[in-house]
Design a binder for this molecule. Structure first.
Ligand SMILES: N[C@@H](CCC(=O)N[C@@H](CS)C(=O)NCC(=O)O)C(=O)O
Length: 225
């Protein structure tokens, strides 16, 4: 029995949901409290008990507890090898892991300054101006990252020889950039087609729909700010 502690707008927990969906693994979902004002505070007591970092995602599989989305994806791929989420050769696996890391660390760094856009606006005008200035810099960085990803993809269907963990992590990063009002993919035909192709897959579409539903419930619409 697999249990996943997840968050409604957790990019990392949603990575794991896509991986579970692609592997056709049923799981019990425990959604931790989250709101746009205090975030994950107060934290779910079981997450505090299970993960020394107090973060989601946490996965429990028959009593084995695994935290951190990347480690969870690697665990799932070893415990449930079909369909594989990491390529076969050491070089391809290294490339996939670096692309996953690019999403989780480099793209994330450019997403963070956009995250205030779905939260209630701050009243202090100076702070708001500083947020807007940081967001503009982040948008420029995101646009550069999209161009780089488009080039790296080079017209292929996936970032690996087949769908791999990097596609999942990069999909989440690109999706969050779009939902936070970041640059469009329109001028990157390959990346845009890749994103649309992933959106056709049930595991990805379900997660994207879940995030849209959570945004309707929890977030300030970006276009209304
Ligand atoms: N490297 C971790 C990052 C997990 C993470 O940042 N989780 C966020 C939600 S997306 C969280 O639980 N934040 C609450 C906190 O840090 O207190 C992973 O890949 O799982």
């Amino acid at each position: 029995m697999i249990t996943l502690y997840t968050g409604p707008l957790s990019l990392f927990a949603r990575k794991v949901e896509i991986a579970l969906g692609e592997k056709g693994l049923a799981f019990e979902r425990i959604t931790v409290p989250f709101n746009q004002t205090t975030g994950y505070d107060p934290k779910h007591p079981e997450v505090i008990a299970l993960n020394p970092k107090g973060q989601v995602p946490v996965l429990s599989d028959g009593g084995l507890v695994v935290y951190d989305s990347t480690i969870i994806l690697e665990y799932l791929d070893e415990a449930y090898p079909q369909p594989a989420l990491y390529p076969a050769t050491p070089a391809e696996r290294a490339r996939c892991r670096m692309d996953e890391l690019f999403a989780d660390e480099i793209l994330l760094a450019a997403l963070k300054p956009l995250m205030h856009r779905t939260a209630p606006p701050v009243q202090d005008r100076e702070r708001r101006a500083a947020q807007d200035a940081d967001a503009q810099i982040a948008e420029a960085a995101l646009a550069r990252h999209h161009a780089e990803l488009d080039q790296r993809l080079g017209g292929r269907a996936f970032f690996g020889p087949a769908l791999c963990a990097a596609d999942i992590a990069l999909f989440m990063g690109v999706l969050f950039g779009l939902r936070l009002g970041g640059p469009s993919l329109a001028c990157h035909a390959g990346l845009s087609a890749w994103f649309a192709r992933l959106m056709q897959r049930p595991a990805f579409a379900e997660v994207a729909a879940g995030i849209a539903e959570a945004d309707r419930r929890l977030s300030v619409p970006v276009e209304r700010r």
